[in-house]
Design a binder for this molecule. Structure first.
Ligand SMILES: [Zn+2]
Length: 699
């Protein structure tokens, strides 16, 4: 999303491949849009297919390495582009979508009088972003008023109002505040205060002691120093200021929960009211902060991480005001060091976040970053045009039918679970029946009429877009929940489950080949998009999602005995993934990736039984081959081919350490090893690598 959610990232189908150098700064774990690359010509030359026999490598035994068997052909034809840290089928489709968006944006950026209000906004924002001559000529000038505001901060008493302003323009200093559904009552929207204020992707970057992590912190300090120098500071001062930034951020990081701890919603649920919260914050006027944000006056709030806010308070008590100014100046420059500032900033920002941390060798072309930017700032204005051109109603209907079939399969699956009691089964089915299916795009489009986009004012546009989003987000406090709202834009190549809304969301940009195609049969579509639908649905019942009831309230609906049985089964998967060494010396984190692994395995299983039911009802001949493969085999190959991905070692390391999703190779092979039905389709021997003799299974 454009504005960071105060909640940690969860329940999406794919992680961000890389932090896009620019518009949105780290931490980017929750950024779901995947930056795209690869030459446009490659797209035109090869039609994207859900089941693609030309990608199969017949020299590999499918029972030994199914990922290689299914994907080697794709690897051969898709060398990792220099501007990417990882490149896979998601990026392949994102690239195609981006070309479509580019066409829309080039059309709407022609300054003709006949443009609609939304066309003027998306077109002029794109043109402003592409206009590097003007951006370079203006230099830091558009940011000067904000730098002056910070320079004028002479007393900590004035900080709350300044911080509220900085938060409103997208500067993530100290903490994050936003609206969210109350964990205890999903019908109420209240304010959430979350840990934040870091420039590195997440807290463990500040605490790990291995040589590589120590080196990354030195590289980060060098990056902060360089940005300060670009903003005009003498070298010695910039070096000192970078140390100050690192010291403050390290204190904030150490008091923050780890990303694994953040996955348990109970750890983030500390309801209080503004007055009581204020009593804890003896050195920061929360009431002045709240009043400066213009948030509606609702007393109840959530102090998501009390330990973090205690440290923030201590920091307010003992940090000299000059150091606070330095820290704020860094976060302001950091927030805008992309396409809104001269290329020297843009380049340095890319250098650290995309190259050093994730291994990309070349910066993405500007038009791609500008397209991404318009999608983030005006996603539903751009998305409305996109949907009209690229998502016909028949495809929406077919996806909806598939979703309903998979929900039915889950209902049947719950009946058959031998470890779950009848009492819990009733509740689980209630929750399943309560899931709302959102397909393609919002029923009601967002109204951007209060957002002003001025041609030639890239930085001002970015700032106003942040203010628009901040205001829109806070205005929800105290109002009824809008269940039709989307957290992803229509052209996004991704999907998510929202446990508080109890809904699944599949953007139109994802319901395209190579993941879904109206031209291909059910075996291919269920193996691929069907498994994703099952994945999102299973998130409602994973280690995190299962803690929410059918109405989205954080409330235990399990019997103690069933909970224990669930945890025993989940533990099997924790151990299974803990044992995987992704890069030398770095193992996957079984607990961190548990929710995603449960969703991958459960989702594929649900798609399988839903498809079998449908195939039997339609009397599909299960022995008939197409391109040399039976329907069952094509189902599994289509599943595997969605995960073909090339990843740089730097990115693989980052992902293994901090991403809740396992790398794609394991999302294929490890998942399939747990399904004897897969082994049967390929007649694998019991001793084959693709057969887990003691398979894990929850759903
Ligand atoms: Zn997921």
């Amino acid at each position: 999303m454009f504005r960071f959610s105060v909640l940690p990232c969860r329940s999406v189908i794919v992680p961000a491949a890389v932090i896009a150098a620019g518009l949105l700064a780290a931490p980017a774990l929750c950024q779901t849009a995947v930056p795209a690359a690869s030459p446009a010509t490659a797209q035109a030359a090869h039609e994207l297919r859900v089941f693609d026999p030309s990608l199969i490598d017949k020299t590999v035994d499918p029972c030994e390495n199914f990922y290689r068997f299914s994907c080697n052909g794709w690897f051969q034809h898709n060398p990792l582009p220099a501007d990417q840290a990882a490149y896979g089928r998601f990026t392949e489709l994102a690239e195609l979508n981006r070309l479509h968006l580019k066409q829309i944006l080039e059309e709407t950026s022609a300054p003709v009088a006949s443009r609609s209000a939304n066309e003027q906004k998306i077109g002029d924002e794109y043109a402003s972003c592409m206009d590097t001559a003007t951006v370079n000529k203006l230099g830091l000038a558009p940011l000067k008023p904000e730098l002056r505001r910070i320079a004028r901060l002479k007393s900590r008493k004035k900080l709350p109002a300044l911080l509220a302003h900085l938060h409103s323009i997208g500067v993530h200093a100290f903490f994050d505040m936003g609206s969210n559904q109350d964990f205890a009552d999903s019908t109420a929207v209240i304010s959430f205060y979350g840990a934040g204020g870091l420039g590195l992707p997440e807290r463990d970057y500040y605490t790990r002691t291995d040589a590589k992590s120590v080196e990354q912190r030195q590289q980060y300090a060098a990056h902060v120093k360089k940005i300060f120098m670009l903003a005009g500071e003498p070298e010695a001062q910039a070096a000192k200021d970078a140390e100050t930034v690192l010291a403050i951020e390290t204190r904030l990081a150490k008091a923050s929960l780890t990303i694994t701890e953040q996955r348990d919603p109970q750890n983030l649920n500390h309801p209080t009211d503004v007055l009581s919260f204020q009593k804890e914050l003896t050195h920061f006027s929360l009431s002045e902060y709240v009043s400066a944000t213009h948030a509606p006056a609702v007393g109840k709030t959530n102090d998501m991480e009390p330990k973090f806010f205690a440290e923030f308070n201590a920091l307010m008590a003992d940090t000299p005001i000059a150091q606070i100014r330095t820290y704020l100046r860094w976060h302001l420059l950091h927030a805008y060091a992309g396409t809104s500032l001269p290329e020297s900033f843009d380049q340095e920002n890319w250098e650290f976040y995309a190259h050093t941390l994730n291994g990309a060798e070349k910066q993405q072309e500007r038009w791609k970053r500008c397209t991404r930017r318009v999608d983030q700032e005006l996603g539903e204005a751009l998305g409305q045009v996109y949907v009209a051109r690229y998502f016909p109603p028949a495809e929406k209907q077919r996806t909806l039918d598939m979703t309903l079939a998979i929900e039915q399969a889950m209902d049947k699956d719950i009946d058959g679970l031998d470890w779950m009691s009848a009492a819990t089964k009733i509740k689980a089915k209630e929750k399943l029946r309560g899931v709302m299916n959102k397909i393609g795009y919002p029923e009601k489009w967002r109204d951007y009429s209060t957002l002003t986009i001025v041609r030639g004012d890239a930085l001002g546009n970015q700032m106003r877009a942040h203010e628009f989003e901040f205001t829109r987000d806070l205005a929800k406090i105290g109002k009824p929940v809008d269940k039709g709202e989307w957290q992803m834009t229509p052209p996004t190549v991704n999907a998510y489950y929202d446990p508080q809304m109890n809904n699944v969301n599949f953007p139109a940009g994802y319901l395209q080949a190579p993941f879904f195609s109206g031209k291909e049969d059910d075996a291919a579509n269920y193996g691929d998009m069907g498994s994703t639908i099952g994945h999102e649905l299973t998130h409602g019942f994973d280690d995190e999602g299962r803690q929410f009831d059918k109405d989205g309230n954080l409330r235990d609906w399990w019997t103690k005995e069933d909970e224990q049985k669930f945890n025993e089964r989940a533990e099997c998967m924790v151990k299974q993934y803990d044992a995987i060494e992704a890069v030398p010396g770095v193992h996957l984190n079984g607990k961190l990736t548990l929710g995603e692994n449960l969703a991958d395995l459960g989702g594929l299983w649900l798609a399988w039984i839903a498809w079998l039911d449908k195939a039997h009802a339609a009397h599909v001949d299960m022995s008939a081959t197409m391109d040399g493969y039976t329907p069952e085999q094509r189902f599994w190959i289509a599943y595997a081919q969605q995960w073909c991905t090339q990843t740089r070692p730097e990115q693989l390391r980052t992902q293994a350490q901090s991403n809740p999703h396992a790398p794609d190779e394991y999302r294929t092979n490890t998942v399939l090893q747990d399904l004897p039905e897969f082994a049967k389709s390929f007649s694998c021997k019991k001793t084959a690598a693709m057969v887990n003799p003691k398979p894990c299974r929850v759903w």
